[in-house]
Design a protein around this ligand. Structure first.
Ligand SMILES: [Zn+2]
Length: 272
């Protein structure tokens, strides 16, 4: 398989091509992160991994093959203790995740890769990936580590999803259900729960958390799903539909194509 292979999956290269890939100027590896965790009664355990992998494939299709960009196989079991009360959830401890990511990160840095992007679709491991990214950068100063979250920073989402669902629809709500209805409707069950949200008020989360605190954001509570929801959904999936999912896919792909392209065109990381 040549370096111009359509898939650009790192583990499909032979060792000579891997060596050439890692030594290219600005060589960049993308590592998709998901989870094996409950996603309500209507979405599969693989939901986050599925989105990370599928969106990444579309992003890669839009980026010229001559650019030095490859993807690792997805990390499909993540850090999901908040969902542990629901059957099906399999989670690694924070310590094991840190060790696993550090060992792999150090090896790809030693090969010569200059950038490692964590392309994460599971909201419960954002902080952990940010911590390990900083640690890796210190250990491997020649390699930039960029811990990004699929849904964060995508401003165009606000035109597609009601504000309240953007704020409170943290898990298996309108966005994730619609995206799966578009990408793989055969994986979506019939139920459409609205759970784990404040149904009476338009203000954020004020039926669950002490005044001034929030689920995520400024003063977060490190909630467990069972604190909030019986169905496992945190959000409102009732209006989910495949047309919305198609629009969501487009804004996500466009956003990440733009960010990956700007990274590839940049000189990041600075050489100290
Ligand atoms: Zn999810």
């Amino acid at each position: 398989m040549s370096l111009s292979s359509h898939s650009r999956r790192f583990d499909f290269l032979n060792w000579e091509d891997a060596s050439e890939a890692s030594s290219q100027k600005g060589s960049t590896l993308v590592w998709p992160f998901g989870a094996c965790e409950q996603h309500g009664p209507h979405l599969p355990l693989i939901t986050d991994t599925f989105f990370a992998e599928k969106i990444l494939i579309e992003v890669f299709k839009a980026i010229p093959e001559k650019l030095p960009l490859w993807r690792l196989p997805p990390q499909s079991i993540g850090f999901s203790p908040e969902h542990a009360d629901f059957p099906g959830t399999i989670s690694l401890s924070a310590g094991v995740m840190l060790q696993l990511i550090s060992e792999i990160g150090e090896q790809v840095a030693a090969m010569g890769f200059r950038r490692l992007i964590f392309f994460n679709a599971h909201g419960g491991q954002i902080g952990l990936l940010q911590a390990v990214a900083r640690q890796l950068r210190v250990k491997c100063p020649s390699m930039a580590v960029l811990p990004c979250f699929l849904w964060t920073g995508v401003n165009a989402l606000n035109d597609l999803i009601p504000n309240r669902e953007v704020e409170e629809g943290l898990h298996a709500g309108l966005a994730e259900t619609s995206l799966m209805l578009h990408m793989a409707p055969e994986l979506v069950g019939v139920e459409r729960p609205a759970d784990g949200i404040d149904k009476k008020s338009e203000t954020l989360n004020n039926s669950f958390v002490p005044k001034g605190w929030s689920l995520e954001g400024a003063a977060p509570c490190a909630w467990l799903t069972k604190d909030l929801s019986k169905s496992g959904v945190i959000g409102d999936s009732r209006d989910s539909n495949p047309n919305l999912g198609k629009d969501l896919e487009k804004v996500l792909v466009d956003h990440w194509v733009e960010l990956f392209t700007s990274l590839l065109e940049s000189e990041w990381p600075p050489i100290n």
